[in-house]
Design a protein around this ligand. Sequence first.
Ligand code: DHB
Ligand code: MG
Length: 220
Amino acid sequence: MSQETWTAVDRYFERTLLGSDAALEAVLERCRKAGLPDINVSPCQGQLLALLVKLSGAKRVLELGTLGGYSAIWLTRALPKDGSLLTVEVKEAYAALARENLALAGVSDRATVRCGDGQAVLQGLIADGVPPFDLIFIDADKPSYPAYLALARKLSRPGTVILSDNVVRKGAIVDQQSEDPRVLGVRQYCEDLKALGWESTVIQTVGLKGYDGFTMSRVP
Ligand code: DHB
Ligand code: MG
């Protein structure tokens, strides 16, 4: 199987199951024009995030790694009227664009973009004693995944769903020779999940974004 096939199949399901979405397409175009890396979740993955918000009944969602706000739009749209999303982005320019994009998608009332270092922001939330989040999507710098997990744990309650993107990395997760800090980061994250003894699994994915995957865990 080739990338060409994975892309064609992803586009088939996007057309067939999702249909077109003018706001999301405009947001992707704005991200491209602004020169952001093209590493957003795919449309089908965005729909999966939205379904997971709805299926879990999440009202408070935390995202690490906003980029241009594409996944934040999917997550926020899935929230009930009294739900809220907090998304954290380290780059000022990305955070500013994401705020514009969330406004364009009409979800600004329920979505907040916080610009800052992910770990520092989470430490601040813990210090402030914010209520636990119901769903946390970790999609920021991969070497920090273990630190994000340790902090996310303190912002969770029993039943919180924790998702983390890009843990398969074209199979590099099992390359014992790899010295890539991103591979080492996601591998440590998975080892930490094991040590915590949480119910966790991985969904390996192929599609527009090649071969990758995400973990899903439930905080006991
Ligand atoms: C990269 C980051 C991501 O979150 C992703 O989904 C794909 C690629 C990256 O940093 O290359
Ligand atoms: Mg990602």
